[in-house]
Design a protein around this ligand. Structure first.
Ligand SMILES: [Zn+2]
Length: 290
């Protein structure tokens, strides 16, 4: 039985569902700008769910894509004409907005926070089973794509003891991977290279302390392309300092399964999405080397 959310309020669960939806769109379509949608989603934890759902539903593909042109009367309260065009191009080619079709994953995932608001609209929470089902269905899609699940411990602060289980309002934007990704990756600080030395230290356990900002968020990842050539990425998830090199990799490195080679680029955006799995892999390789 899944007991992770046992003590988490409905509002905290909403935050987690939004984190799942964000993780999906940001991982699968990282080149598109999801900022607008993310801002709209995150209003859910700080306003009444009924009011929020009335607005947010306008943006979900299965509703939004029914409009071929900007309809001032219907859409005016929620979208400017420019936002309408931007949202159309955001969805272009990745969703048809087919209602209740799990194969349309963009639509499916963006619907999850809305579903959660609707299922409890004006109702008592009971055992909260419906919310756990929504979480499970969202996580299933993430797992299918090899996307790391969001860290549920980040929503534990919103307790089920608050407001009969609903949880106090909070501004959840600090939990957003989209709104907080604005900090640019920076390869200008060579101190990040000190993380390389940690590979020689038999006590090292990744993530390690970042030599630039001091957070325990330093990672290393390698990928071997052939016998002679490979890439090395060293980075910090907190301050986004990084370094990328290519060359001959150490003998002990073995490629990690499930890495999409096509997504590897100089900036460690993709390895950082999978940093939990990568740290675990590196720790395992180091342990066996010892
Ligand atoms: Zn750092």
């Amino acid at each position: 039985m899944d007991t992770r959310f046992k003590d988490v309020s409905m509002n905290g669960r909403m935050a987690y569902v939004i984190m799942c939806a964000e993780a999906f769109v940001a991982s699968e379509y990282p080149d598109r700008d999801w900022t607008f949608l993310s801002r709209k989603m995150w209003k859910a934890t700080s306003v009444n769910w009924g009011d929020w759902a009335a607005e947010y539903s306008t943006y979900i593909p299965d509703v939004f894509l029914q409009y071929d042109a900007y309809d001032c009367k219907e859409l005016g309260p929620f979208l400017t004409e420019e936002e309408f065009s931007e949202l159309r191009s955001l969805y272009s080619g990745i969703t048809d907005g087919t209602e209740d079709d799990p194969a349309d994953e963009v639509n499916y995932m963006l619907n999850k926070p809305f579903e959660l608001a609707m299922v409890y609209g004006g109702k008592v929470i009971g055992d909260g089973k419906e919310s756990e089902e929504i979480i499970a269905s969202a996580e299933k899609i993430l797992t299918k794509h090899g996307i790391s699940l969001p860290d549920y411990t980040k929503v534990l602060f919103s307790s089920r003891d608050e407001l009969n289980g609903w949880g106090y309002d909070f501004d959840g934007r600090f939990l957003s991977v989209i709104l907080n990704s604005k900090q640019m990756w920076n390869d200008g600080n060579d101190r990040i290279m000190e993380i390389m030395n940690r590979l020689d230290d038999s006590e090292s356990d990744f993530p390690v302390q970042c030599p630039v900002c001091g957070e325990k968020a330093g990672h290393i990842f390698m990928h071997r392309y052939d016998e002679r050539r490979g890439g090395i990425w060293i980075w910090c998830s907190a301050c986004r300092s990084f370094s990328h090199m290519s060359g001959i990799l150490p003998d002990w490195w073995e490629n990690m399964h499930g890495i999409k080679k096509s997504r590897l680029e100089a900036v460690p955006r993709y390895p950082d999405e999978r940093n939990n799995d990568i740290d675990e892999w590196v720790n395992t390789l180091l342990k066996h080397r010892r």
